[in-house]
Design a binder for this molecule. Structure first.
Ligand SMILES: [Zn+2]
Length: 195
């Protein structure tokens, strides 16, 4: 499968891989448009991910899949530490948690919070609010996931996971959060793989 993407390289990565890539980790950016995330990944000595998926479905690549992006931090998957060594990281543009004040929602970290200008709001079973992922964005995530799985056959459906599941200590990260449509994504991927 070919996908449309733009490449704007980040200098934040470890070159090459010593163990095969077998995991995909989804994140949310906790931010606005993709450009703000690109800017962060261009900062010297900072973090990165292989891909960013914008709210309109556009895909930006920042690290080659043969190299290791700095996306997972202190992490573990199936008993193996340092998930950056054997994973591809995908950042999905989304604010994560929203705070409701009157009729308005606010997003971003408390010290630089701003009014949420979107209309896609998800409420979890505890009553908390989150930015909902758009359908076109999730469709792009699915296409991108298939593209990565074709490159690395060691990646199984079970090894497609979220930052919240690999970050250590447990609870250090909560992305991609309860608004992320895991069931829909896994079902669609299964369907496409069986084609
Ligand atoms: Zn993350």
């Amino acid at each position: 499968m070919e996908i449309e993407k733009k490449f704007t390289p980040s200098q934040n990565f470890f070159p090459g891989r010593e163990i095969p890539c077998s995991v995909i980790v989804y994140h949310y950016t906790e931010g606005g448009p993709a450009e703000s995330c690109v800017e962060i990944f261009h900062r010297p000595d900072g973090v990165s991910a292989h891909f960013i998926v914008d709210r309109d479905g556009n895909i930006i690549q920042m690290v080659q899949m043969e190299d290791r992006a700095k996306h997972a931090g202190v992490s573990e998957w199936n008993g193996i530490t340092n998930v950056n060594d054997f994973s591809v990281g995908i950042e999905i543009c989304n604010w994560g948690p929203l705070r409701k004040v009157g009729d308005d929602y606010f997003c971003g970290r408390p010290e630089r919070q701003q009014k949420f200008l979107g209309t896609n709001v998800f409420q979890d079973e505890k009553g908390s609010f989150w930015e909902k992922y758009s359908d076109i964005q999730i469709e792009a995530v699915i296409q991108l996931t298939i593209y990565i799985m074709e490159r690395f056959p060691q990646i199984t459906l079970e090894n497609i996971t979220g930052h919240e599941n690999v970050a250590r200590p447990i609870g250090r990260k909560i992305d991609p959060g309860p608004a992320f449509p895991w069931e829909k994504i896994k079902e669609e991927i299964k369907k496409l793989l069986n084609k």
